[in-house]
Design a protein around this ligand. Structure first.
Ligand code: AMP
Length: 357
């Protein structure tokens, strides 16, 4: 069995690390010379719109998946006409456009912050009195890790904010004074089997995820699962889906979904019975899904920009180090650490011993 992956970054690498023991081989289509998945599979070095490379990939693999959303729709369409592509291209198209995804959430009765579509500066001027300030402008497509976003605090900032968005289609959305940010990782197989991981609490700095904590028996678990089930079934979804929420009081507002394995689910490698990566592979191959149960307490710390002192981390009995084989660069995700122990005190002691990362 051979799976093709569009993308060759750390998510692709961890998919291969989970799938290889199950006897699955991987081919990654990625234009980067230094694709970090290249060491754990075959690297097809080409752009996503390279017709000959797409053709070669289609003949080489049994089915296809992807590790990020910004794949040209025509490439996915072409591959979809040749072999099974999971998650389904329709879900990908919805998730890559903030306006489409938020509109779908509301149609399915899933709450979001108020938002309005913007095509021009005039649209922005008319939207502000309806949405109120502070508010956030976000590009409809291509935004991630806080990129393509501007916070507007008062009306004097409107013109500069719109200019910074480079006149591309965008949305404006109400600023949410959330109590915390949580996400759920869910999976659905080809034959419709469902699985949900315990909710994860996420802490961001400068728009980038820094810390995820797996939550046992969280009171919001049921609501998050019901929203995830609605989306998975509506989209006839296959694979792992991540949904990010803002919690306000006892409400969950969806921020966005990612039709793929997700950074807030990296703790599942050691912290759950079956990792998100293995369950994604099981789901798209229509194999039985594995248990999502927590193994003790788990926290994930992202390594951003700088490589850590590996020996110091490995000296900690509950720490698991994952380096992605990337060079250091400001703001770049170069690895993560999962701390997994029987109780919270042990996890916290380990985080303290590791120190700031
Ligand atoms: P995003 O790219 O939409 O995932 O946003 C990145 C981060 O910016 C989120 O994880 C939040 O911490 C923050 N953020 C995004 N949208 C809002 C909002 N409407 N209100 C408050 N904070 C937000």
């Amino acid at each position: 069995m051979k799976i093709g992956v569009l993308g060759g970054g750390q998510l692709a690498r961890m998919l291969s690390l989970a799938g290889t023991p199950l006897g699955v081989d991987f081919v990654f289509l990625c234009q980067a010379h230094d694709a970090c998945a290249a060491t754990v599979g075959e690297h097809l070095h080409a752009r996503f719109d390279d017709k000959a490379a797409l053709e070669q990939l289609a003949t080489q693999v049994d089915l296809l998946t992807y590790e990020f959303e910004s794949v040209p729709a025509e490439s996915v369409e072409y591959l979809g006409s040749r072999l099974p592509v999971y998650p389904p291209p329709g879900a990908l198209a919805t998730a890559r456009d903030r306006w489409h995804e938020k509109t779908l959430f509301n149609e399915l009765g899933i709450k979001t912050a108020d938002f309005i579509n913007l095509n021009s500066f005039e649209d922005l001027q008319q939207a502000v009195p309806r949405i109120g300030l502070p508010a956030i402008i976000k590009t409809r497509t291509e935004g991630y890790d806080g990129k393509g976003q501007r916070l507007i605090r008062d009306e004097s900032e409107l013109a500069a904010a719109w200019e910074a968005m480079l006149d591309v289609p965008a949305i404006i959305e109400a600023f949410v004074p959330f109590a915390r940010e949580v996400s759920i990782i869910a999976a659905r197989s080809v034959s419709g089997e469902l699985a949900f991981y315990p909710l994860t609490e996420n802490e961001h700095r400068d728009g980038i995820l820094r810390k995820s904590t797996a939550l046992a028996n969280d009171p919001m678990q049921g609501l998050a699962e019901s929203y995830a089930r609605r989306l998975l079934e509506h989209l006839d979804y296959v694979g792992v889906l991540a949904i990010e929420f803002f919690q306000v009081g006892d409400e969950l507002l969806v921020n966005e979904m990612a039709p793929r394995v997700h950074n807030s689910g990296h703790w599942t490698i050691e912290g759950a019975e079956t990792s998100q990566f293995e369950n994604h592979i099981r789901a798209i191959l229509d194999w039985p899904l594995g248990s999502t149960a927590l193994r003790g307490h788990a926290v994930m710390l992202n390594l951003i920009g700088d490589l850590p002192d590996s020996k110091k981390i490995l000296a900690q009995p509950h720490a698991h180090l994952h380096l992605y084989g990337k060079d250091e660069r400001p703001g770049r995700k170069v690895g993560h650490i999962t701390i997994c122990a029987e109780n919270e005190a042990e996890v916290n002691a380990c985080i303290e011993a590791i120190g700031p990362v």
